[in-house]
Ligand binder design. Structure first.
Ligand code: FMN
Ligand code: EPS
Length: 388
């Protein structure tokens, strides 16, 4: 299974095409819309999110509530496009008409300058339109389809916020995955601890007042995955590696950890590795889950726990110095609108990009053109490894 996205931030629409999904899998637009609406919400977002109301138009690959086995095509319209028709239209415009709107002032931390140097665009709007995290709408749409497949296979996945600007939420081992899913849906800051979440929201409000931005850490948990998904036999079949790549590819993400992650460097082996136990009911399982559900690029059958680090948003009301590419003069940028913190929204994006990688690995390992047969195969595999 693979997907591609297309679309500019202030253009007509975001488009997603997914190929490789089996036929006869139940799916409705609501499965996708729930995810899209969750991505839009989250404390710290700017005025753009008040304009957009992301709803999917399923334009291919689904009929009467079931996948057909053909490519799935999804469209989400940009409601903001109506304010940008003269800037984003596809008809050629003269230099005179365009000159007032040309973007020549790159923002430190965004794709503007490197993209201009690479593609030779002297109007950096040609860069920022596509490098904008508006594109994560299309990725979440793809991930929502993958999540639907996982849900039908009894695999649950949820993303939430662990840390914002150094304010950390402690582990909550008493929460079930269903509790986490409910809290992640209801909380506007997506923190599993309400009191810590309030502190995070205060920090976001303060950053906004200061004209600054803040980052944080998102975590994704997956339960219900059988052991042995992924492979050790080639570097590009290691599922933890693929997940890490997908998380790192989210706009503004700067690092990925599984389980105790970087902490492993400071511990002895006896404090890191997860001892193996066996019971009739569970088959093989682990006393602990410090490695976050992966050994040798394959799942261990324990919950997968992955964290992603998001840097603070680069567009700042408090300007940073940069250089105008036309005049070569320094300037201090002033901006019209931006998110001050998108970590709660990014937790939803992360959940969906991870869901896609997992669904893709499952379909690679158990290829099947028909969803009901895939489900039977997975159930059989679960029983096989329980009795192994
Ligand atoms: C959900 C989400 C919302 C974002 N909102 C903004 C924003 O309002 N302004 C901004 O400058 N960057 C925003 N970003 C981050 C930029 O898109 C990102 O920093 C940029 O594409 C450069 O990529 P890099 O940071 O990965 O190097 C957002 C990222 C995400 C995931
Ligand atoms: C539009 C979305 O996020 C945008 C991501 C983004 C950026 O530079 O990455 C900049 C902002 O857009 P604008 O410049 O139009 O205010 C965010 O709102 C979205 O998440 O749907």
């Amino acid at each position: 299974m693979r997907y591609l996205t297309a679309g500019e931030s202030h253009g007509k629409q975001q488009t997603t095409i997914i190929e490789g999904l089996p036929a006869r899998m139940p799916i409705t637009p609501n499965d996708i819309n729930d995810s899209l609406l969750r991505r839009q919400k989250g404390h710290g977002r700017g005025k753009r999110m008040q304009i957009e109301k992301d709803l999917v138009d399923v334009v291919g690959g689904v009929r009467h509530g079931y996948t057909l086995g053909s490519p799935i095509a999804l469209v989400v319209h940009n409601d903001d496009f109506k304010h940008w028709i003269d800037v984003m239209g596809e008809d050629p415009v003269s230099e005179d008409q365009n000159i007032r709107r040309v973007v020549t002032r790159p923002r430190p931390g965004h794709a503007d300058l490197n993209g201009a140097l690479k593609y030779g665009h002297r109007d950096m709007r040609n860069i920022l339109e596509r490098s904008s995290a508006r594109e994560t709408t299309a990725r979440v749409a793809a991930g929502a389809v993958a999540k639907t497949l996982l849900k039908h296979l009894d695999i649950n996945i949820v993303g939430y916020v662990k840390e914002i600007a150094g304010i950390k939420a402690e582990e909550k081992p008493e929460l079930s995955i269903d509790d986490k899913i409910r809290i992640s849906e209801e909380s506007t800051v997506r923190c599993l601890d309400e009191a810590v979440g309030q502190q995070m929201m205060d920090a976001i409000d303060q950053a906004k007042k200061d004209g600054d931005s803040i980052g944080g850490v998102c975590e994704v948990a997956i339960e219900g995955l059988p052991a042995g998904i992924g492979s050790y036999v080639q570097y590009d079949r290691k599922l933890d590696g693929r997940i890490a790549g997908a998380v790192q590819s989210i706009n503004a993400f700067k690092g990925v950890e599984f389980g105790i992650g970087f902490e492993a460097a400071r511990k002895n082996g006896s404090e890191v590795h997860d001892e193996i136990l066996w019971s009739e009911e569970r088959g093989y399982y682990r006393r602990t889950n410090r490695l976050g559900g992966f050994e040798g690029g394959m799942t261990t059958g324990m919950p997968v726990i992955v964290k992603g680090v998001m840097k603070p948003i680069p567009t700042l009301y408090k300007p940073l110095q940069s250089v105008d590419i036309e005049t070569k003069e320094p300037f201090n940028a002033s901006i019209e609108r931006s998110d001050s913190c998108a970590v709660p929204a990014a937790a939803v994006v992360m959940e969906h990009v991870v869901a896609f990688e997992i669904a893709k690995a499952i379909l690679e390992q158990f290829p099947n053109d028909q969803f009901p047969k895939l489900k039977e195969t997975i159930d059989g595999y679960r029983e096989e490894i329980r009795c192994f």
